[in-house]
Ligand binder design. Structure first.
Ligand code: PEP
Ligand code: CO
Length: 450
């Protein structure tokens, strides 16, 4: 392979998980519209993220990648974006304070619409319907017409990403993320809980440290490092026509960037070494991720590293393991060793969600908080054994008080799932579970790397 890369060279490779668009003229017209739209992010921002991820690869920073499993065209409001950002900021502050390293914040947001599916059809009641593939493709309604892929959705996904990103930029640069507001990020439903009180205590310590700095004549009022944060965007680069349409050549470097998000990742179902997703992402300048599941052989991981980051640029490639709590330590150790021995400076992140999903007796897909934590503990243990840096976490969460994952301090059980089960795809941690996770993760990493 290693033929010349172009934004459309992926078309010469088998592309898994692409929708069966019924009307190719309408598809071409939607892609043409997107190609003429402005980029959502700039190449320079993607380079800054890559530099920060380089620090993660070197063991000097930590990656927090978090957000929806699938963003929804219906659940789209300023409130839900703000609440998601709020919980990400809270988690980041807990982790920064407890672990003593910068936390690089990347949302599964402003573009995380497309879903890979294990089967092209799914059973809904008595019907066998084409699978729901995310709102960028079709609708989850339980009838056949809803499931027909509609190319207009590609354009709608762009517009929703654009307004989401606009609000994120406003919140992160316009005062909402100011460290002097660290107490105000505690949401009402979290504040009275044990993890909410623990957070408040930590926020008070930060306040005290800020007062101390001011007393020492440090200007905390106008220091942008304390008043603003960088929150980057990411999504699974699944629908390659959409990604190609937003791929642009940077005028400064002549390098191609996929300007639909700062960071893109390849899912566990689409990392075939000669497949279209690997071909497409090998050629863009963005930092990229690749999910690694329990059935991926070590040799294949090495090939992916070579193909996706032949120049061994630190921060270019994040390997996101999602092994399942029982398998993680044994499966991960040989991979850590082989990739390190081959001299690949990757970011190692743990997705403790996707290897631990099961269907509860009432038919709801769920995950248990304790098992999620167990996968993180196994991930950290593997790194400790191999003397590598457990560099990040990749989780599905929302700021709202949903009941989608079991356990946590609320001890949610099977019978609670129906009360607020709102995800359109996989179960997410709620605000309290997310904050609790941040404290426990920080304890695990600090203990292992002390
Ligand atoms: C996801 O991140 O939502 C996902 C589908 O993950 P994976 O590719 O690891 O199964
Ligand atoms: Co998911």
């Amino acid at each position: 392979m290693n033929t010349v890369w172009t934004p459309s060279s992926w078309k010469e490779h088998p592309a898994a998980q692409q929708p069966d668009w019924p009307d190719h003229d309408r598809l071409d017209s939607a892609l043409k519209t997107l190609s003429a739209y402005p980029p959502l992010v700039f190449a320079g921002e993607a380079r800054s993220l890559q530099a920060q991820l380089g620090q993660v690869a070197a063991g000097n920073a930590f990656l927090l990648q978090a957000g929806d499993c699938a963003e929804s065209f219906e659940e789209f409001s300023a409130d839900s974006i703000r609440e998601k950002l709020r919980v990400i900021l809270q988690m980041a502050v807990v982790m920064t304070y407890s672990m003593g390293v910068p936390v690089v914040k990347v949302g599964r947001i402003a573009g995380q619409f497309a879903k890979p599916r294990s089967s092209p059809t799914e059973r809904v009641g008595d019907l066998e319907l084409p699978s729901f593939r995310g709102h960028i493709v079709n609708d989850q309604g339980p009838f056949a017409e809803a499931r027909v892929p509609d190319p207009n959705r590609l354009v709608q996904a762009y517009h929703q990403s654009s307004s989401t990103l606009n609000l994120l930029r406003a919140f992160t640069k316009g005062g909402f993320a100011d460290l002097s507001r660290v107490h105000a990020w505690n949401q009402e439903f979290v504040a009275g809980s044990p993890e909410g009180r623990r957070y408040d205590q930590l926020a008070s310590e930060i306040d005290r440290a800020m007062r101390f700095m001011r007393a020492c004549s440090v200007d905390t009022e106008s220091n942008p490092n304390l008043r603003e944060v960088d929150v980057y965007t990411s999504h699974e680069a699944l629908i390659l026509g959409y990604e190609e349409a937003l791929t642009r050549q940077d005028t400064l470097t002549n390098q191609w960037y996929d300007c639909s998000a700062h960071m893109l990742w390849i899912g566990d179902r689409t990392h075939q070494i000669d497949g279209a997703h690997v071909e497409f992402l090998r050629g863009v300048g963005n930092p990229i991720g690749c999910k690694i599941g329990p059935t991926t052989p070590v040799a294949e991981v090495l090939e992916l590293c070579e193909r996706l980051n032949p120049s061994r640029v630190p921060g270019r490639l994040t390997l996101v393991s999602r092994m399942g709590a029982d398998a993680v330590t044994d499966k991960l150790r040989p991979i850590l060793r082989a990739v390190t021995d081959a001299g690949h400076p990757v970011v190692w992140a743990c997705d403790p969600m996707h290897g631990n999903t099961y269907t509860a007796p009432n038919g709801r897909k769920t995950r248990h908080f304790d098992v999620i934590l167990q996968e993180i503990a196994g991930f950290v243990a593997a790194h400790r054994a191999e003397n590598t840096w457990p560099g990040g976490i990749h989780v599905e969460l929302t700021g709202a008080n949903v009941t989608e994952c079991l356990g946590g301090a609320d001890a949610l059980s099977d019978t609670d799932l129906d009360s607020r089960y709102e995800t359109i795809c996989d179960p997410r941690l709620n605000g309290r579970q997310s904050l609790d996770l941040a404290f426990r993760l920080a304890e695990l990493v600090t203990a292992a790397t002390a």
